[in-house]
Design a protein around this ligand. Structure first.
Ligand SMILES: [Zn+2]
Length: 299
């Protein structure tokens, strides 16, 4: 780290936000290596922060020279379950489907009809793969033909299932139900797996002005000064699931709201990037009154 980026808090240090010289009061040093006055810090920290931690932000942050963002064990358990449950349902669907295939053979459902039902989804999947990977090298007419053909096949599947159920009864019924369960829970399982892998072994530490990122076997570091945009959502914000840090080289790091210490990171980033909170004592008092009124109004 370059030596020049470290500023020792001393008498005469100015608040990085309101630019007041802090000679009579104790400056607050944040984990992003910037120094602020207590009023600026408190004006950016919501009262919810104090309710959650039992301390004002300035006092809390002095005991936390580094911020650690990682998932709590409960959150990891929830995500693991969010993958395991659809996976179990997927296996159940596969079992039902397999039983349908077995009874179809037993009840002598004509083999061409059975094969058509088994092969069509594979063909649709294959066409989709071709379209995804080679659509750029195909002429426009071929691309359209591919899409129309795949759409027709996909539309034929429910007709096929309905016809099979009416003509051959239960065996095809099991297959149709099994296939529907497989399709539905495969999507859920895939999403659950993505969410779980995102959370697994994730750790982001902000210390002495540097972010240390660890995700699985990947590690990365970037100075807090390289963050050019930040949107960190308060925990419990309705409708929002993530925050994000954008680096000056264009990379984006997205964060989930369930990470620990994310709330404090939000205050730190607010101090860096937001200018709309005037830090005068009157303003702080008014904001606190408004917040208290809101909190009381809720209970
Ligand atoms: Zn200030």
């Amino acid at each position: 780290m370059p030596e020049s980026s470290i500023q020792q808090p001393s008498s005469g240090t100015a608040c990085q936000r309101c630019e007041r010289v802090l000679s009579a009061e104790r400056p607050v040093r944040l984990p992003d290596n910037r120094v602020y006055c207590a009023a600026c810090c408190e004006s950016m920290a919501a009262d919810i922060f104090e309710m959650e931690t039992g301390e004002p932000f300035t006092r809390w942050i002095e005991k936390h020279p580094q911020l650690v963002m990682q998932y709590q064990p409960l959150e990891l358990t929830v995500r693991r379950f969010g993958f395991m449950f659809p996976l179990a349902m997927l296996l159940l669907g596969a079992g039902i489907f397999g039983y349908g295939v077995y009874t179809s053979f037993r009840d002598a459902v004509p083999l061409p009809f059975l094969l058509a039902g088994l092969i069509t989804p594979l063909v649709i999947g294959g066409l989709w793969l071709i379209y995804e990977n080679f659509s750029d090298s195909l002429p426009k007419a071929a691309r359209s033909a591919l899409r129309i053909f795949a759409a027709l096949l996909a539309m034929a599947v429910p007709v096929y299932g309905l016809y099979g159920c009416l003509k051959f009864g239960r065996p095809i019924g099991f297959m149709v139900v099994g296939a529907a369960i497989i399709a539905f829970f495969a999507v859920l399982a895939l999403r659950g797996l993505q969410a779980y892998l995102r959370a697994l072994n994730f750790k982001l530490v902000l210390k002495d002005g540097v972010f240390y990122l660890q995700h699985g076997s990947r590690t990365d570091t970037f100075p807090a000064d390289e963050v050019v945009q930040a949107c960190v959502v308060r925990p419990g914000t309705v409708g929002a699931t993530e925050g994000a840090l954008r680096l000056d080289d264009g990379r984006m790091l997205t964060l989930d709201t369930c990470l620990s210490d994310l709330h404090a990171l939000g205050v730190v980033m607010d101090l860096r990037f937001r200018a709309d909170f005037p830090p005068s004592a009157d303003d702080i008092a008014r904001i606190r009154r408004d917040n208290l009124r809101k909190i009381r109004g809720l209970s």
